[in-house]
Design a binder for this molecule. Structure first.
Ligand code: RB5
Length: 147
């Protein structure tokens, strides 16, 4: 799978862990940055990763900042992209199964690396169920209601 990955300065260490993990699993990783510890603005990276997912340049995206929250807010501004902040494996799985959240957002100041990699695995291991869930996510994107 091709996975786009990005972080701000507060997510730099966990991003490196995630990249190493994804590569060890055989995934192709595109790292949009940041690449240094200087303070940067998370929306610049959140929007890049989400845009790659939206235009098909990547199948999934992982974003890391201090809490994951700002990254999710930025990524969710890109049409047809749903980004979920998770810190438990059940939510990570359901974000994919029911919400088709192709962008996962993690908080380096919230979850340890061990849990974060389990969250990535739980989310990557699922595919969208579709059906009634497709109707519901369509409504998020402004599709006309169909029953
Ligand atoms: C940076 O200090 C921090 O605000 C950012 O990483 C993120 O947590 C925002 O949501």
């Amino acid at each position: 799978m091709k996975v786009a990955v990005g972080s701000d300065h507060a997510g730099l260490s966990l991003k490196a862990e995630v990249i190493g993990h994804l590569q060890a699993l055989g995934h192709e990783v595109h790292d949009v940055g940041t690449h240094g510890s200087e303070s940067v603005d998370y929306p610049d990276f959140g929007r890049q990763v989400a845009s790659m997912v939206a235009d098909g340049g990547a199948e999934r995206g992982v974003l890391v900042c201090g809490t994951g929250q700002g990254m999710a807010m930025a990524a969710n501004k890109i049409p047809n992209v749903r980004a979920a902040v998770v810190s438990d494996t059940f939510s990570a799985r359901m974000a994919m199964l029911h919400n088709d959240a192709r962008v996962l957002c993690l908080g380096e100041r919230v979850v340890g690396a061990g849990l974060a990699l389990q969250l990535v695995d739980a989310w990557l291991g699922e595919t969208f169920e579709g059906g009634r869930h497709a109707r519901r996510v369509g409504k998020i994107e402004g599709a006309a209601p169909t029953g």
